[in-house]
Design a protein. Structure first.
Length: 391
């Protein structure tokens, strides 16, 4: 049995192999004319998410040292307005049920007795998708009634917009509460750090550490110049007279005073309240400590300013009642059916009938020895038909 042999066999029986599929195609075309037409309406929108709040964790990361961040803690308040949230609402069960009740779709989907069955039927006719490149969200619906198809897609989009606004306002109020709580933590830490800086000056008898250090360096320069002049004077007057002795005493006093301003200091060292001069080595260590405290305090003030700005932004979001969608293409009243497709019905019916007719013709051709095949195959076909046909 070859394909050429089968083709010749089928061509000899054009009445069946061509005529029946042709008639089936005409029948499919006729059925497509009888079936009630469906119309599809579509609306296209883009989401306007508005302003976004900076997460507190990023504020901490960028503006607060790690040790203070651990004390204050972090709160996961990321961006609550995004396309995914809107898609979850518009494609959610609650919105679908609201649409079914609004337009009494239970009178259309009469075969569905339960809510879940209604939702499944409705889900087959509505199509919601988002374009990843453009961000355009499209919502389309097919129905026998043109006005119904248009009204449903408009209702779905507007209802999702209302729910989205309500959810955004609720989220904004939650974020405001969290931000105020965080702000209080920052204010408390700022007050503690400010008090720590004040105690640093009070405990160390300081007025202005940087200015006092500059004065001390100037005094050391003066001592060094005087000691140098005294040494020159000593060398001029000699070493065995009363003048040289007096000069050495004066130089020793200056060297002791210079040693107090720059030299070793004890752990209990604190500058005198009666003098603005301080030990320079001690002052350098304290200057580093003061700089760390001041930098931490400055960063806390920066965080406080940013948090207050975010609170103002979220309060504005909570007060908003504006649409978050922009219509790119409004829903329209369709003037041409979306289904059934007559050509598809005709071609489909022709193909299905052709497969059935060809199979039956080839089968009976093999049984009647009009198509060559092995006797064993022919016997198996007879057994199969005998088993399938009623006795």
């Amino acid at each position: 049995m070859s394909s050429t042999e089968i083709l010749i066999f089928l061509l000899k029986r054009k009445k069946y192999s061509i005529g029946i599929p042709f008639l089936a195609g005409l029948l499919g075309l006729a059925i497509s004319w009888v079936i009630p037409p469906y119309y599809k309406s579509e609306i296209r929108i883009v989401l306007d998410t508005g302003s976004r709040t900076t997460s507190v964790s990023s504020l901490l990361k960028n503006a607060v040292p790690s040790n203070l961040a651990g004390t204050l803690g972090t709160m996961g308040m990321g961006n609550t307005e995004n396309e995914d949230l809107y898609l979850e609402i518009i494609d959610g069960r609650d919105l679908h049920l609201a649409t079914i009740e609004k337009f009494r779709l239970d009178t259309i989907y009469k075969s569905a007795k339960y809510k879940e069955a209604l939702i499944k039927q409705f889900y087959k006719d509505i199509n919601i998708k988002a374009d990843d490149l453009t961000g355009v969200i499209s919502c389309s619906y097919e129905a026998r009634n043109k006005e119904l198809a248009r009204d449903i897609v408009r209702f779905v989009v507007e209802e999702a917009n209302s729910k989205y606004i309500k959810l955004r306002q609720e989220r904004a109020l939650q974020v405001i509460e969290q931000l105020n709580s965080f702000k209080q933590s920052v204010v408390t830490s700022t007050d503690s750090l400010s008090e720590l800086l004040v105690n640093f000056y009070r405990d160390n008898n300081l007025l202005n550490l940087e200015s006092q250090l500059q004065l001390t360096i100037s005094a050391l320069a003066g001592y060094e110049e005087q000691i140098k002049n005294l040494k020159i004077s000593e060398s001029k007057v000699g070493s065995d007279n009363s003048t040289a002795l007096e000069l050495r005493k004066r130089r020793a006093i200056l060297e002791r005073e210079a040693q107090k301003l720059r030299g070793d200091f004890s752990k209990e060292y604190v500058p005198s309240r009666n003098s603005v001069y301080i030990n320079s080595d001690w002052a350098v260590e304290k200057l580093i400590e003061q700089t760390k405290l001041e930098n931490s305090l400055s960063r806390l003030f920066t965080v406080l300013e940013m948090v207050e700005g975010n609170i103002v932004m979220e309060e504005a979001n909570a007060a908003k009642n504006l649409p978050v969608i922009q219509v790119v293409q409004d829903a329209y009243l369709p003037d041409y059916k979306s289904r059934p497709k007559r050509a598809l019905w005709a071609v489909g019916a022709s193909l299905i009938s052709a497969v059935v007719v060809f199979s039956l013709l080839i089968l009976f051709g093999m049984l009647n020895n009009e198509i060559s095949c092995e006797e064993k195959t022919r016997k198996n076909i007879r057994k199969l038909l005998k088993a399938c046909l009623p006795k």
